[in-house]
Write a protein that binds this ligand. Sequence first.
Ligand code: 13P
Ligand code: SF4
Length: 335
Amino acid sequence: MIIELAEAKKNLQKKGFLDVEVDVKLDLFAEIDRLKKEKNAIILAHYYQEPDIQDVADYIGDSLGLSQQAAKTDADIIVFAGVHFMAETAKILSPQKKVLLPDLKAGCSLADSAPPELFKKFRDKYPDHIVISYINCSAGIKALSDIICTSSNAEKIIESVPKDQPIIFAPDRNLGSYLIKKTGRDMVLWNGACMVHEIFSLEKITKLKVRHPEAKIIAHPECEANVLAIADFIGSTTGLLKFTQRDDAQEYIVVTETGILHQMQKENPAKTFIPAPPNNACACNDCPHMKLNTLEKLYLCMEYEEPEITMEEGLRIAAKKPIDRMLEISAQAGL
Ligand code: 13P
Ligand code: SF4
């Protein structure tokens, strides 16, 4: 076991997690619960995580809620069941805490679509613009930004900027285009996108709607404009979940990553939720990055306290400023 662990530690960066055999008879739910108490650890999970992970989490939320929790928790260890930029944001906000991510390779195609060196050159072409970046970006991009936003506070963040102040919005062109329409602000957009939200098929969703005429279409603003155009409601993951709780429809076509259906179904047991199909042979749309995390990897990272998120202090301080600004504006707006 000691040799196996030493070998797994050597391969951690390559594999993304400690590849140690877990006894199949182990009750992972009970073990994770024990580790939470023993280590004063909190599990923060995004709605796109697999149902088992959501069920052991202390908090499940969208990107804004998760960063608010990371900033205020008094736990010693934050176990981030989400993707890398989310765990990185938690570390930026709570540097004195140990931040663990079940699989370091849980990245994000949207964050990857904006490499900081290229983005800096792009930004330098617009010296009089301020940069509002969607939280789905690396610490390097955050450090080049003036304010961070999420899909639940983006409108408020944009409205907080004086009307005559030109804006660059990065990295999601779909969310950016949606916000231009919503706010009437003519922003310069970085050309990035999320692979999960871009792949939904308008044709298949339209056919689904014909078969389920009473179903409401609810969509995440990372989707393309043609999909958003047919949506009855558009919002962040928390926004979509809350809508299904207050709305009186009985059926919904859900146009975002399928993980959110777990909470929707739990909160509304009598309602029907249909995952919108992507433009391939699959019937639903999973984020391959989010789904790299498993209950086993969650247990392993808590047991061995690795992989851990670390960051150079200069980068952390530069990346924190625009996140703090976002949290201030969100608090003022009551979000
Ligand atoms: P929200 O949960 O903030 O809506 O973000 C969705 C998303 O794509 C996270 O990766
Ligand atoms: Fe990134 Fe899209 Fe996956 Fe969210 S769903 S983590 S934006 S690739």
